[in-house]
Design a protein around this ligand. Structure first.
Ligand SMILES: NC(=O)c1ccc[n+]([C@@H]2O[C@H](COP(=O)([O-])OP(=O)(O)OC[C@H]3O[C@@H](n4cnc5c(N)ncnc54)[C@H](O)[C@@H]3O)[C@@H](O)[C@H]2O)c1
Ligand SMILES: O=C(O)C(=O)C[C@@H](O)[C@H](O)[C@H](O)COP(=O)(O)O
Ligand SMILES: [Zn+2]
Length: 372
């Protein structure tokens, strides 16, 4: 007898101001028509943006379900990878969509990972000053993180995600089965964002990730989907509390001040975002211990266990000049007139922003992350 399909974990609900809200469903792509209707989205036209890797794998199932429900589907694919978070690709999406005679009710469906989600989300934010956005995330990063919260955008020569907008989705449909085709590097490194959510907010989730790591990386469905869902729920709670990053949403940037500098200096796409964030979290944990001691840490102390969990992501450490990395952090969007700010931990689950951090502590943190 065929093994029973895994039961979908319960949806995550995101409640925003002024009565706005959306659901994050961990169900098959074939349920898209039902959830589009529930979200108040009507056709007949649906735009689908995907990438050249995901399209041949997963667009058919989505388009068949939509067409069977009476939708007219127009789809386009951008080149896979970080390079598509560019002004050229954004402009090409504008030309494509506007050539199809869209109106302000036409939904744009982003079928892919975080690159597709960020790019297509920014296209949806800027077409007609905003059309409905639906995320259909197909990577570990996009299912636990990028599809939720409304950050969209593209990269700029001076830094990551420096051009963009907040544009919340109307619906997120994260089909865990799409992860079956995701390569090992993207799958494993993408778990960095789930580890991040645990370290900034949920020590019990960190323990669970550590305990279930082997079955998680083996993609066991009855472990994977509930863990991704619970990691996504951590982010949803933060978004509800601080949608536009006036305060605690900055904690979702744990490891990113270091990580974005690594992505830029290594060359966008050389490191996956997850790898860069994993290295960034190791640096941030070292910095947390140095700040706790008030001097350069020789060991991780109370953060050693957290660092061991991050180390399980096994990120490659590139050979890069610390001076260049330090300079690249100057573009970080959390900076104020007082300078760059880093998300550090007073303990697992207790994040804060540190400003005016001593260079010696930062250099030691970089050395730790790049040599660990
Ligand atoms: N907006 C946010 O809140 C947010 C949060 C986290 C990350 N991000 C951004 O997301 C990006 C990283 O996202 P990502 O890791 O998903 O990268 P990605 O979108 O580049 O996907 C990784 C690779 O996997 C391929 N792929 C995607 N889904 C697949 C599937 N189901 N099967 C086979 N191949 C598949 C893609 O074509 C790509 O080659 C970065 O640009 C990062 O800045 C944004
Ligand atoms: O949603 C957020 O807020 C995050 O910080 C999530 C991050 O994982 C993500 O990489 C985000 O794009 C980084 O935000 P940015 O403002 O530094 O670009
Ligand atoms: Zn991230």
């Amino acid at each position: 007898m065929a093994s029973p399909l895994p039961v979908s974990p319960p949806a995550v609900h995101v409640a925003l101001s002024e009565g706005r809200s959306y659901a994050v469903h961990f169900e098959p792509l074939a349920t898209a028509p039902m959830h589009l209707r529930e979200a108040g989205l009507s056709g007949p036209l649906a735009l689908v943006v995907t990438d050249e890797t995901v399209g041949p794998l997963h667009l058919g199932a989505l388009a068949d379900a939509l067409r069977a429900d009476g939708w007219t589907v127009e789809a386009t694919a951008v080149p896979a990878g970080e390079g598509s978070k560019s002004l050229d690709q954004l402009s090409a999406l504008h030309d494509w969509a506007l050539g199809l005679g869209i109106d302000r009710q036409t939904p744009l469906l982003a079928l892919g990972g975080g690159v597709v989600g960020d790019l297509a989300g920014f296209a949806a934010a800027t077409l007609l000053r905003g059309i409905p956005l639906v995320h259909l995330p197909t990577t570990t990063i996009s299912q636990v993180d990028s599809a939720i919260g409304g950050k969209t955008g593209i990269n700029h020569a001076t830094g990551k995600n420096l051009v963009g907008a907040f544009h919340q989705p109307r619906l997120v449909l994260a089909d865990p089965a799409t992860l079956d085709t995701l390569d090992e590097r993207a799958f494993r490194s993408g778990l960095a964002e789930a580890v991040k959510h645990a370290l900034i907010s949920d020590p019990a989730l960190a323990d669970r990730l550590d305990r279930e790591w082997d079955t998680l990386v083996a993609r066991q469905p009855d472990v994977l989907a509930p863990l991704l869902r619970d990691a996504a729920a951590v982010k949803a709670r933060v978004i509800e509390a601080d949608e536009r990053e006036a305060g605690e949403r900055a904690f979702l940037n744990f490891g990113h001040t270091f990580g974005h500098a690594l992505e830029k200096e290594a060359g966008y796409g050389t490191l996956t975002h997850g790898e860069a964030v994993a290295l960034g979290m190791r640096a941030a944990l070292h910095l947390s211990e140095s700040l706790r001691l008030g001097q350069v840490a020789e060991a991780l102390g109370p953060f050693a266990e957290a660092d061991r969990l991050v180390a399980r992501l096994d990120p490659p450490a590139p050979t890069l000049a610390i001076d260049a990395l330090m300079a690249a952090t100057e573009a970080d969007k959390k900076r104020t007139a007082a300078g760059v700010r880093y998300v550090v931990l007073d303990a697992v689950g207790r994040p804060r922003l540190a400003a005016d951090v001593d260079d010696a502590l930062l250099r030691a943190a970089w050395r730790y992350a790049l040599s660990a």
